[in-house]
Design a protein around this ligand. Structure first.
Ligand SMILES: [Zn+2]
Length: 304
C-alpha cells in the first residue's frame, strides 16, 4: 500500500497516528538478513497460494486430508464439522487422527474410546450418504511412538482402523543422529504413515537429525509414506527434505494437522512444498481415491 501511495487508513482500525507510525517503521526497516536456523525453509500461505495458482492441475489432484484432530482429543471441531469443512473444500475424504492414549496431555484416546469414536464416524458417514454426499470419513489415529519406534495401542485396535499414522512426540531435542529411531518406526508393522517426521516447530524447536536418504530409502522399500505436515509452524517435511524423499521415490502423505475446521486451508502449504520439491504425483498418497488408499493399506498389512 505504501508503494502504491495509498492511504493506510483504508485498513481497519488504522487512524492517522498509527498510519504515521507504520510509515515510519516501513521507511526505517532494514532488509531482513538470513533468518536463524529455527526459522529457515518455511513457506508462507500467501506465497504457497500464489505458486499454486500457476499449477491448478496439481491442486485439482488432491482428494483428501490425512491428519486432523477433533474434540475427541485436543481439537475444537466435531467429526461432523471437520467433514463439512472438508466437503466445502471439495475433498472426497478425511482421516480423523486423534491422538492415542500415550499422549495424555492432548487427551489421547484409549482403545475403548477409539471404539466409541467408531460409532460416531459410522453415523456421520451414514448421514452423509443418505443426504447424497459422496464423502468418506476414514478412521485413523495419530499413534504416539516412543523413541524406539514402538506404539502405545493394542494391534487389534489399530487393525480395525482404515489407516494409521505414527508420530514421535518425545525426546525431540536430542542432538545425536536419530536414524535408528526412524528405521524402527517405519518397520513398525502397525503404521503406514510417519507423521511430522522431524518434529520441528517454527522458532521453537529445530527438529531431529538423521541420515534422511537412508530413512526415505527404507520407507520406499517398505512402501510406507512420510508425512508433509502442513501446520504452518511445522511444515515438516520441509522442501529440502521433500526433495530427498522425491529422489528416493518415497510415498508422501499430506496432513494439515488441523485442530479446528478452518485450518483445513493449511493444505496449500503441503501442496506447494511437494510441488517445489518435484514430488511425483503418483507418489502422493492424497491423490489416490479412498478405495485405492484402503487397497494400499491392505497390501501393507498383508505383508505384516
Ligand atoms: Zn503430532
Amino acid at each position: 500500500m505504501v508503494s502504491e501511495k495509498r492511504s493506510l487508513e483504508e485498513l481497519r482500525h488504522v487512524g492517522p497516528t498509527l498510519a504515521k507510525k507504520i510509515r515510519r517503521w516501513i521507511k526505517n526497516a532494514k532488509r531482513p538478513g538470513r533468518p536463524p536456523e529455527l526459522r529457515r525453509d518455511f513457506l508462507t500461505l500467501a506465497g504457497s497460494r500464489r505458486f499454486l495458482q500457476k499449477h491448478n492441475d496439481w491442486r485439482k489432484r488432491l482428494r483428501g486430508d490425512l491428519q486432523m484432530h477433533t474434540t475427541w482429543s485436543d481439537g475444537s471441531g466435531t467429526i461432523r464439522e471437520m467433514a463439512e469443512a472438508a466437503i466445502a473444500r471439495g475433498h472426497e475424504y478425511i482421516a480423523i487422527t486423534d491422538h492415542s492414549k500415550g499422549l495424555s496431555i492432548a487427551n489421547g484416546l484409549s482403545e475403548g474410546r477409539l471404539a466409541q469414536q467408531r460409532k460416531e464416524i459410522d453415523r456421520v458417514n451414514r448421514e452423509l450418504k443418505s443426504s447424497g454426499t459422496r464423502f468418506t470419513v476414514l478412521r485413523s489415529t495419530e499413534m504416539n511412538l516412543d523413541p524406539t519406534g514402538r506404539g502405545d495401542m493394542a494391534p487389534s485396535a489399530l487393525q480395525s482402523l482404515d489407516i494409521v499414522l505414527g508420530s514421535f512426540h518425545s525426546a525431540l531435542r536430542r542432538t545425536q543422529d536419530q536414524t535408528e529411531r526412524y528405521l524402527a518406526a517405519l518397520r513398525n508393522p502397525h503404521i503406514q504413515i510417519l507423521g511430522h517426521p522431524r518434529g520441528r516447530i517454527y522458532n521453537y524447536r529445530l527438529g531431529l537429525r538423521a541420515d534422511w536418504k537412508k530413512v526415505f530409502r527404507e520407507a520406499a522399500r517398505l512402501d510406507k509414506a512420510v508425512e508433509s505436515d502442513a501446520y504452518p509452524d511445522r511444515q515438516d517435511l520441509n522442501v529440502s527434505l521433500l526433495k530427498l524423499a522425491a529422489k528416493a521415490g518415497t510415498r508422501i502423505s499430506f496432513g494439515t494437522d488441523a485442530h479446528h475446521p478452518w485450518q483445513l486451508e493449511f493444505i496449500d502449504l503441503a501442496l506447494a512444498a511437494a510441488l517445489k520439491a518435484k514430488v511425483a504425483g503418483e507418489r502422493v498418497v492424497n491423490f489416490m481415491s479412498a478405495d485405492d488408499l484402503r487397497g494400499w493399506v491392505k497390501t501393507l498389512r498383508g505383508r505384516g
